[in-house]
Design a protein around this ligand. Structure first.
Ligand code: NAP
Length: 337
């Protein structure tokens, strides 16, 4: 028994972490296959101590598959995910293709697991920066009702996929050897030694698409259109692990101590909040972890009922693979496998 699983985009950065998380969480699969583009068909990869041949993601590849864990570019998902759903599989998709589609649930299991039941063959995994933010917002919202969040992100190179991370590594290597940094092709500017406030496509009103995703997806996941979100997204010279500064404004009063206590007993969250002892969430310490880390919880004295927090998570795990696999775990149970 166990579900018949396909990992699509298996050769990418998220696909690689997907394999690791499936093993770590002992996902109950019966069969598993790994799909990518025509370019990768025939390549081999290892999983659970065995070697697998990568197959091209064609409509036939989804025959008999129960769940597809997909992490391809959005344009590819727009074409292929409906084919997989038509073949009878449920697709959990990491791309932005279906997130704001009214017929597609956008799910973070700690926040809105009930929305999984509304799927029509595709379930969207939210944007990585949004996932870690709403994991922290949800229990605080339940306690004191969030009216507005102002978020600034410090996002890692690996959020740009394999091409971004390879470019960043080459820049660091060249700088270390005193060589000329190679021309930039993946990130918008040289990332080594820089913070990039424009590393995404520009969208409406001069906001980047990443900022717009955080603003729109938060309302959909939280199921509350009244929550106002103001986002500034910045790429920083970190390999993996997104950090965020959150300023939350509440309807009701809430103290830093209350927030610490609420977050400390909430699922998927680890509170690391003793700056006097150097206990703060750091991107490097969060790599390879499934939880969202929160610290620097402080009262914002400049406005009523406001808190400041520092939130960190592994963008490839909770921001992508782990969240998708948590959804797949719920689906597998519902399928009775
Ligand atoms: N990186 C993150 O932190 C993160 C977080 C959340 C969500 N996401 C989203 O997850 C998706 C994947 O991101 P990534 O960082 O893993 O990117 P990536 O490293 O560039 O990998 C892309 C994957 O998609 C596959 N692919 C490309 N064209 C395809 C096609 N025509 N048919 C089937 N497969 C195809 C690639 O296969 P080939 O090797 O054969 O080209 C590769 O396996 C993106 O939509 C991204 O926005 C990423």
């Amino acid at each position: 028994m166990g579900v018949n699983l396909a990992v699509m985009g298996a050769t990418g950065l998220v696909g690689e972490v997907m394999r690791q998380v499936l093993e770590d969480r002992r996902f109950p699969y019966g069969s598993i296959k790994f799909l990518a583009s025509k370019r990768s068909a025939g390549k081999t990869l290892s999983f659970a101590g065995k070697t697998f041949v990568v197959e091209e993601a064609t409509p036939d590849a989804f025959r008999g598959v129960d769940i597809v864990l997909s992490s391809t570019p959005a344009s590819v998902s727009r074409e292929i995910s409906p084919m997989a759903a038509k073949a009878g599989a449920v697709v959990v998709d990491n791309s932005s293709a279906w997130r704001m589609d009214p017929n597609t649930p956008l799910v973070v299991p700690e926040v809105n697991p009930h929305d999984i039941d509304k799927h029509q063959g595709i379930i969207a995994n939210p944007n990585c920066s949004t996932i870690q933010m709403v994991v922290v917002m949800k229990p605080l919202h339940d306690a004191a009702r969030i009216k507005r969040v102002v978020v600034s992100t410090y996002q890692a190179s690996s959020g740009k996929g394999a091409s971004g991370l390879t470019e960043f590594d080459r820049q660091i290597e060249a700088i270390g050897k005193g060589q000329t940094v190679p021309p930039v092709t993946a990130h918008k500017h040289q990332l080594a030694g820089n913070c990039l406030p424009d590393d995404w496509v520009l969208g409406e009103d001069d906001y980047t698409e990443e900022e717009l995703k955080m603003m729109k997806e938060t309302k959909k996941i939280m199921g509350d259109d009244s929550i106002e979100v103001s986002a500034t997204c910045v790429r920083v010279p970190v390999r993996t692990g997104h950090s965020e500064s959150l300023n939350l404004q509440f309807e009701k009063p809430i103290s830093a101590a209350q927030a610490r206590e609420i977050l400390g007993r909430s699922p998927g969250i680890i509170v690391l909040d003793d700056a006097s002892k150097g206990q703060v969430p750091l991107a490097q310490d969060c790599v390879g972890k499934d939880e969202t880390f929160v610290g620097r919880i402080r009262l914002d004295r400049s406005a009523p009922h406001c808190l400041n927090l520092w939130v960190v998570a592994d963008n490839l795990r909770k921001g992508a693979a782990t969240n998708a696999i948590q959804i797949a775990e719920v689906l597998a149970k519902k399928m009775g496998k």
